[in-house]
Design a protein around this ligand. Structure first.
Ligand code: AR6
Length: 162
């Protein structure tokens, strides 16, 4: 079952949390900043070996000081009005993260609302893309979590799921 929760994703004790990073993988603001802060400086040192990440793709890193064992970095698209393939790229973020988690036999995974902060993707279509991908892979996981930072976002997810 898909769980929708409102919390700081860095507090979750799961196999993997997904990070909404940028192509450098060298840190930033938003959830990316929070994850680097909670994981500790070793995450940045490790990420320097990863060679960046393309939009829609994923790279795996250990969780270091996080409660989560692993971090799946992905890079969402910057919203440019919706005519630059943003929806498809966002879908690939979710699909590629879920595929990687299945390959690694992770039983629990938590996602933030990728691209909906600094990158400006509107929450409703983004949540629809997220939930559609999660539904498709639900049977592969014991926990699949949509982790919202705001109550308003959690309400959007919940309404779509209902
Ligand atoms: N836990 C869960 N969700 C969070 C947290 C947290 N601790 N902090 C923020 N969010 P954003 P983006 C939510 O901006 O839009 C970074 O600088 C936030 O409220 O973190 O993909 C990267 O380095 C929003 O709903 O990611 C990139 O440069 C969601 O996470 C850029 O931002 C995503 O917001 C990526 O922008």
């Amino acid at each position: 079952m898909i769980e929708i929760i409102q919390t700081d994703i860095t507090t979750l004790k799961v196999d993997a949390i997904v990070n909404a990073a940028n192509t450098s993988l060298l840190g930033g603001g938003g959830v990316d900043g929070a994850i680097h802060c909670a994981a500790g400086p070793e995450l940045l040192v490790f990420n320097k070996t990863l060679g960046g990440c393309e939009v829609g793709q994923v790279k795996l890193a250990p969780g270091f000081n996080l409660e989560a064992k692993w971090v799946i970095h992905t890079v969402g698209p910057v919203w440019q009005g919706g005519i630059q393939g943003e929806a498809e790229l966002l879908r690939w973020c979710y699909i590629n993260a879920l595929e990687l988690a299945v390959r690694k036999s992770f039983g629990e995974i938590a996602f933030p609302a990728i691209s909906t902060g600094i990158y400006g993707f509107p929450i409703e279509p983004a949540a629809k893309i997220a939930l559609t991908a999660m539904k498709k892979y639900e049977h592969n996981f014991t926990r699949i979590i949509a982790c919202c930072f705001s109550l308003a976002d959690a309400d959007v997810y919940q309404a779509l799921l209902d």
